[in-house]
Write a protein that binds this ligand. Structure first.
Ligand code: SF4
Length: 356
């Protein structure tokens, strides 16, 4: 296996490579495979930031690697916000001066990292701060993997869960996302079942994700979370402009395909927006849509963003909505927002930083 082309493709960045790839890398550069295993340990267990700091490697080789332009590929933390519920939001800088948001959401038993897959987002969902800023580019593998290591460092504990629910549409960066899942799973100890990939859906991309995951990872045990947010096509198009080219019936058919390829039930995310999609008739229509399909509905309360007039749903409306789904036999849960006092909505921190 020749590792050099892979490294050239990613500007000679090592973060994101597997143990086998790092061994092959060391051998190709005239070192023993053991040296590759040492780099692996420093990358993923010690979270090293530059090659020169890997004191286990011969100094001459470290210098040679740096001269040849190899780097670890860590991002720089430029801002940290800590909410009263201990949710931590980090703004990380990439080499080309872009900013990436990532969030650590702790409970006693869990530390969930909310990961971004792109800088900005092209989907333009009306209720989302990231969508308002437009799309810059997709993230490379190391820029995705770094987010988990940065949260681990900032919070001083090992993340247990990963959700691809930060900036960007993961299915528009499917190769890097699958590579990052492999890395989280094999190199950073996050079981696939503790990883969630969230999408608003793109024509044909959902079955393709299932097939690619089986081909590249050998299994697809992560959770697919589909952002539905409306029980019918008309309302969905108003909230998610890209839904115009992807009818809700096709989306549901693709989710059924996903279930039959992977055997994994799909989660449907539904942001409750006060007086927009939170009425009882919406709950009944949602039950009609997903009823009888092996799935789970996650209700989320909207977090207000600047420049949009959407409101949070009332407490009673949330309860009533959930009750309808339960009565209709739909598996449902309500996820309270975290870090409300610290720009909790995706994309807000980056947006504020840009303004500053
Ligand atoms: S909600 Fe997700 S898909 Fe929609 S604009 Fe925001 S980041 Fe993009």
């Amino acid at each position: 296996m020749s590792i050099t082309p892979l490294l050239e493709e990613h500007q000679r960045v090592l973060l994101g490579l597997s143990e086998e790839e790092l061994q092959a890398f060391a051998v190709e550069l005239g070192q023993s495979a053991f040296r590759g295993r040492q780099i692996y340990d420093w990358l993923y267990n010690k979270g090293v930031r530059n090659l020169n700091a890997i004191s286990a490697l011969p100094k001459a080789w470290r210098e040679d690697l740096e001269q040849k332009g190899f780097t670890i590929g860590r991002l720089q933390e430029i801002k940290r916000l800590v909410a009263s519920d201990e949710t931590v939001k980090l703004l990380l800088a990439t080499d080309d001066g872009e900013n990436v948001e990532t969030v650590g959401i702790p409970t006693k038993q869990r530390l969930t990292v909310c990961i971004s897959s792109q800088i900005g987002c092209a989907m333009g969902c009306r209720f989302c701060a990231t969508g308002k800023g437009g799309f810059q580019r997709s993230l490379a593998i190391h820029e995705i993997v770094d987010q988990l290591i940065s949260v681990r460092e900032a919070m001083g504990r090992r993340p247990s869960h990963v959700v691809f629910m930060g900036m960007g549409e993961p299915l528009l960066n499917i190769d890097a996302v699958l590579s990052a899942i492999r890395c989280f799973n094999n190199d950073l100890g996050i079981g696939q079942r503790r990883i969630t990939v969230s999408t608003v859906g793109l024509p044909e991309a959902i079955p393709r994700l299932a097939e690619l995951a089986l081909k590249r990872l050998g299994r697809a045990q992560f959770t697919l979370a589909v952002s539905l947010h409306a029980p019918n096509q008309e309302l969905r198009e108003k909230l998610i402009p890209t839904a115009k080219s992807y009818p809700i019936r096709s989306l549901l058919a693709d989710c059924r395909d996903y279930l039959s390829i992977t055997g994994r039930r799909v989660s449907f995310e539904y942001i409750l927006l006060g007086d927009i999609n939170d009425r009882l008739e919406h709950a009944e229509a949602l039950a009609d849509l997903v009823g009888g399909f092996q799935s789970h509905v996650n209700l989320i309360s909207y977090n207000p963003i600047e420049g949009e007039k959407f409101k949070r749903p009332k407490f009673n409306a949330i309860n009533a909505f959930q009750n309808v789904l339960e009565r209709r036999g739909v598996a449902v849960s309500f996820r309270p927002s975290r870090g409300l006092d610290q720009s909790a909505a995706c994309g807000q921190l980056r947006h504020q930083h840009a303004k500053e």
